[in-house]
Every structure is written in structure tokens, then in C-alpha cells.
Design a protein around this ligand. Structure first.
Ligand code: PMP
Length: 458
């Protein structure tokens, strides 16, 4: 199909993130125009159910009048101010107070950023600063995991454990290590039970720490559920065992709650769902339900005290972003948390989770589906060429992408991560809308199977 006018303007003007650039010039982008509830509409007026909340972020859906009004009021009152050098604004104070109230650990202070990448970059800088401040300058390495996703700035992309984020970018930088990914379906060995797999994965972390020297390791960073790595839900007992190892060696646990925060797994935090007691937490995305960019890092009193002492020695705590704590983002963050509470979004997620799970489990019998994974209202469907051997499709066939395209034809937007179809619908979705989303997914899987067979992609 020839490109429409707006598609032509797009490919002539935009360098798109996370896109097969060579293909986009032929296909053109899907240009979205407006949204309402769980639906978005393209420039031709076609409606799609948005099953990914955009990028795991618009948890309250589109066109929420309360959020829009909060934004309008803040823009009217004070569209910009900052927190540098002794200035402050009430929305930032109020949001920090709210975050402290709901945090999954004894949070003492909140540092604002504009994104999740900046939050995780900040985490690494804080871990380094903390260990310099307490006279442990050798304790600097950060352990992340293969298939982790922590962002795309130089250090957060280094934490990310995905080849496309490293290859050709000269990453990762040094002092960033990657340990095993706790995905039993993919990395469990033949005959190995899930418990044995978990024990082996944690043993491998232990060995890495021993090899590098525990005195050189500052922190371990993990998403409670790995999102952009393919919605990987950890096996039972994994985080308990990891934390026992970290505690032995004075290694901080940084929980990256950028996707799992604010109700996504049925609790406020993925940390609660998976028994994690973090030392510090990164948030973004659903913090404002994505109505404005905002991220944050929550830190303990111990870290804060170390920073205060260091600042007394060197003069200033030298870190901060122009838009960290932007009034618009903070006003929206305050309102989003109020809505999560007033509309009891956590109970909503819990009430819908069994239906979400049941519809996912039903897909297990589909000839394309190797594994389904889920918790709360986040899930993944991994497509494989051979169900028995778990053999994946050749990456260059782009079978996940084919399925995502079929989904669009059936009026739904989901995200293909390789050949895993990710689901992360707005938490305001109704039971009927959820059924509609899965009906579209089932049709798209059948269409994908037909395409795979027709083109001999197995
Ligand atoms: N951490 C996690 C767990 C994420 O999923 C993401 C974004 N997908 C990030 C960090 C980076 O956030 P941002 O894109 O806002 O920089």
C-alpha cells in the first residue's frame, strides 16, 4: 500500500526509537490521533483497544478528565519551576510525601527525574557516591541480569541486558556485570526442576560475586518482573534466595519498579508481590499514568545521611535534571496516586487477574504458543516454531511482529518483544473489554499460524 500523506511526512522527518528503520520506510507508521478509556484511534478514525497501556505506562487509560484537569490547573498556576539550589514547589513535596507513604520500604527521601532511564542512571551514581562517602571507593560494580531492561542512557543501557541495546553502541561500560536470567522455560536444562533451576541461577550469582570480589560490588538491580526482556516472571523463591546472598556481602538491592509499580501486579509494588525488601526503588511510567514524563528514586535514611555528610565536605550534592520534579509531572503524579486510591485500582487489578490468567492459559493449546506468563495485569505469550522442543522461530522471520500486525487488523495494539507478545492493559479495563482484547489476540494468533504455514516459516 502506498504511504498516506502523514506517513510520508513521518518517514521524512522522524528517526523512530526501537524500530526496524529499514522496514518503516516501506510500511510507514501507524499514526495515532486521539484516545478515550482503553481505546486509541488512528488518523483514519480506526479504533484500537490499547492492550499495552502505550509502553506499560498509561495505567489509567486515555482522556481521564481528572488527570487533565489537574494538569490544566498546574499549568495555569506555575508551569515550570525547579528544585535546584534551595528552591521547591508544593506538587513535588506532596508527591514525595505520597511516595514515602506507599513505598515498599522505609523510604526517607525522593529524588525526581524525567524518566526511568534517568532514575536508574541516578541509582548507579548514588551507589557510587554512597560508597565514596562511606570510605569504600573500591565498592562500585553493579550486577544486573541478562534480559533486564533498565533504560537507554549510557549507564542504564549498560544495565539493560539485551544485545540490541549494546551492539554497535560500544556498551556495556565497565563496572556493570550481568548475571543469569531467571527464566525457567528458556534456560532450564532438560530434566531440571524449577527449584533446581532457581538454585543453579542463584549459585551462579554467588559465583560471580566471589569471582569479582564482594568488596568490589555496590549493588544488584532487578525488575520484579522483567518487562521489555519478554515479561519474565521469576520462579518461586528466586528473590528470597538472591537477597540472602546480597545480605551476606553488603550489596544494595535496587528494585526497578518502573513497570511493576502502582498496582500492576495487584499490589502497590512488585516488591510486595515477590517478597523483595529493596534498599532503594526506581519508578516512572504509571507514576503519572504517563500523562507527563516523570521518574523518581526513593532512598533510605542511611543513604540520605551519607549524602548530607558528603555534601558538608565537598559543598554541594552535584546531581539534578532541569525537569526532575517538573510541576506538571508532580501534579499529575499526585492526582494519579489519588485516583489509584479513590478508585481502588488495586482491587480492580486483583478482580480482573483471574480472567486475565484464564484467557492466557487457554492459549497454551494454540500451535504457536510455547509459554504463557502472567501476574496481576501483565502477561506474555511466547511464540515458538516447535512446541515440543521449544525451538524459537528464526529471528529474521519476525513472527512476533507479524502477529502484532494481525492484531492491528483485528483492532488491538499489543507489543511484540521478539516473538513474545506482551500484554499490559490499562488497569481501568473492564471485563468486557478484556474479553475483546483476548478475542482479537486469538484471531491474530490464528492468522499468524496461517501466515507461518503459508510462508514455510517453521
Ligand atoms: N526500567 C524499566 C523496568 C522499564 O521498563 C523502562 C522502560 N520500558 C525503563 C526502566 C526506562 O524508562 P524510560 O523509557 O522512561 O527511560
Amino acid at each position: 500500500m502506498p504511504l498516506t500523506n502523514v506517513q510520508t511526512r513521518d518517514v521524512e522527518a522522524l528517526l523512530h526509537p526501537y524500530t526496524p528503520l529499514h522496514k518503516l520506510r516501506e510500511t510507514g507508521p501507524l499514526v495515532l490521533d486521539h484516545g478515550e478509556g482503553v481505546f486509541v484511534y488512528d488518523t483514519q478514525g480506526k479504533r484500537y483497544i490499547e492492550g499495552m497501556s502505550g509502553l506499560w505506562c498509561a495505567g489509567l487509560g486515555f482522556g481521564d478528565k481528572e488527570l487533565i484537569e489537574a494538569a490544566r490547573e498546574q499549568l495555569d498556576r506555575l508551569p515550570y519551576y525547579h528544585l535546584f539550589g534551595g528552591k521547591s514547589i508544593e506538587p513535588a513535596i506532596e508527591l514525595a510525601e505520597k511516595l514515602k507513604e506507599i513505598a515498599p520500604f522505609e523510604a526517607s527521601k525522593v529524588f525526581f527525574t524525567s524518566s526511568g532511564s534517568e532514575a536508574n542512571d541516578t541509582q548507579v551514581k548514588l551507589a557510587w557516591y554512597y560508597n565514596n562517602a562511606r570510605g569504600r571507593p573500591e565498592k562500585k560494580k553493579i550486577i544486573s541480569r541478562q534480559k533486564a531492561y533498565h533504560g537507554v542512557t549510557i549507564v542504564s543501557a549498560s544495565l539493560t541486558g539485551l544485545p540490541n541495546n549494546h551492539r554497535d553502541f560500544d556498551l556495556p561500560v565497565d563496572r556493570i556485570l550481568h548475571t543469569d536470567c531467571p527464566h525457567y522455560y528458556r534456560f532450564g536444562e532438560p530434566g531440571e526442576t524449577e527449584e533446581e533451576f532457581t538454585a543453579r541461577t542463584v549459585r551462579s550469582l554467588k559465583e560471580l560475586i566471589a569471582r569479582e570480589g564482594p568488596e568490589t560490588i555496590a549493588a544488584f538491580i532487578a525488575e520484579p518482573i522483567m518487562g521489555a526482556g519478554g515479561v519474565i516472571v521469576p520462579p518461586a523463591g528466586y528473590f528470597e534466595a538472591v537477597q540472602a546472598v546480597l545480605a551476606e556481602h553488603d550489596i544494595l538491592f535496587i528494585a526497578d519498579e518502573v513497570i511493576t509499580g502502582f498496582g500492576r501486579t495487584g499490589n502497590w509494588w512488585g516488591s510486595e508481590t515477590f517478597g523483595i525488601a529493596p534498599d532503594t526503588v526506581s519508578v516512572a511510567k504509571q507514576l503519572t499514568s504517563a500523562y507527563a514524563p516523570l521518574g523518581a528514586v526513593m532512598i533510605s535514611e542511611e543513604l540520605y545521611q551519607a549524602f548530607v555528610e558528603e555534601s558538608a565536605k565537598i559543598g554541594v550534592f552535584g546531581h539534578g535534571f532541569t525537569y526532575g520534579g517538573h510541576p506538571l509531572g508532580c501534579a499529575l503524579g499526585v492526582k494519579a496516586i489519588e485516583i489509584y486510591q479513590s478508585r481502588d485500582i488495586l482491587s480492580r487489578v486483583r478482580a480482573l487477574a483471574p480472567q486475565f490468567q484464564e484467557r492466557l492459559e487457554r492459549l497454551r493449546d494454540h500451535p504457536l504458543v510455547g509459554e504463557v506468563r502472567f501476574k496481576g495485569l501483565v502477561g506474555g505469550v511466547e511464540l515458538v516454531a516447535d512446541k515440543t522442543t521449544k525451538r524459537p522461530f528464526a529471528a529474521n522471520h519476525g513472527v512476533g511482529g507479524i502477529c502484532a500486525k494481525h492484531l492491528e487488523n483485528h483492532g488491538a495494539i499489543l507489543r511484540a518483544i521478539g516473538d513474545t507478545i506482551a500484554l499490559c492493559p490499562p488497569m481501568i479495563i473492564t471485563s468486557d473489554e478484556l474479553s475483546q482484547l483476548f478475542d482479537s489476540l486469538e484471531k491474530a494468533l490464528d492468522d499468524t499460524e496461517a501466515t507461518v504455514t503459508r510462508n514455510g516459516l517453521r
